[in-house]
Design a binder for this molecule. Structure first.
Ligand SMILES: NC(=O)c1ccc[n+]([C@@H]2O[C@H](COP(=O)([O-])OP(=O)(O)OC[C@H]3O[C@@H](n4cnc5c(N)ncnc54)[C@H](OP(=O)(O)O)[C@@H]3O)[C@@H](O)[C@H]2O)c1
Length: 261
């Protein structure tokens, strides 16, 4: 299914993105690996099975700088699949949070998804095949405390993917939106606090999540099956969106009563 396919993965320097790179390379994919940390990407590329993987370091909070670099690489090596996985989370209350933090979350978690999708879409449509995968979050279905900017950006990305799916229906391009619950990665450590600093420590929710490898395996399976949506994880973080469909009032009460870190 993925043998010889060129797949662009953002956020490949750690966590879910790194695990996706390892699993897709094992299935014969040729990868374009993006994130800010060049050294981690380089090390990953060298460790992967197969030849011809590329490293494309980008800061997705600075799309004016990132897009020309990406365009130059894609011009020579068009991709078959884009995985919008890079993301940054938040741990701060609405009343305390600088507007700049909201803007940064929107840049990385929403505008980068839009811009990178726009970059690859003409090629996918011209070929009449390919996929756009966006790793959103359960926070893109259920809002909770301390994540107003993150949740807002993820809800926006989910809406964007729904619209994209409708627009390209019947033209051979798949659109998969992924809703992970907690996954044991650096996401909480890197999460922005009220003033935009990294939180710099993990939290019990994330530490109790599934492994990045388990999450990546479910994503790769959903991609292979051409699914539109995947909710992946364990416990209340993945039950909440399902509960919300039938008992929205109950879920509102649950999140209001829960202590989030
Ligand atoms: N872990 C969870 O519990 C969980 C739950 C739901 C959804 N998710 C989503 O899963 C995705 C992957 O996150 P993860 O859990 O694997 O966390 P992670 O280990 O912190 O990975 C985040 C990735 O995003 C990249 N990134 C962050 N800011 C960037 C920027 N400005 N420009 C380019 N790349 C940037 C990071 O690379 P650099 O630092 O090298 O730039 C890193 O590779 C995210 O979209 C996240 O929202 C995670």
């Amino acid at each position: 299914m993925f043998k010889g396919k060129r797949i662009w993965i953002t956020g490949a320097s750690s966590g879910i993105g790194q695990a996706l790179a390892e699993q897709l390379a094992a299935q014969g994919a040729l990868l374009v690996l993006s994130a800010r940390r060049r050294a981690q990407l380089q090390q990953l590329a060298e460790s992967l099975p197969g030849q011809g993987h590329q490293v494309l370091p980008l800061d997705l909070a600075d799309l004016d700088d990132a897009l020309p670099k990406a365009r130059a690489v894609l011009a020579d090596h068009p991709v078959d699949i884009l995985i919008n996985n890079a993301g940054i989370s938040q741990r701060s209350r609405v009343q305390d949070t600088d507007l700049a933090v909201y803007r940064r979350l929107m840049e990385v978690d929403y505008f980068a998804v839009v811009a990178l999708t726009q970059l690859v879409l003409p090629t996918l449509l011209a070929k009449g095949q390919g996929q756009v995968v966006t790793v959103a979050s359960v926070a893109g279905k259920v809002g909770s405390k301390l994540r107003s900017g993150y949740s807002g950006a993820k809800f926006a990305a989910v809406g964007f993917m729904d619209c994209l799916r409708a627009e390209v229906a019947g033209q051979g391009v798949g659109c998969l939106t992924v809703f992970p619950g907690y996954v044991q990665t650096d996401i909480a450590k890197a999460a922005l606090t009220a003033t935009g600093q990294a939180q710099d420590h993990s939290d019990p929710g994330v530490d109790g999540g599934i492994s990045p490898g388990q999450c990546a395996q479910a994503i790769v399976q959903a991609m292979a099956k051409g699914k539109d949506e995947l909710i992946v994880g364990r416990g209340i973080s993945v039950l909440a969106p399902r509960l919300q469909r039938f008992f929205p009032g109950l879920v509102r009460k649950m999140v209001a009563r829960s202590q989030y870190t």
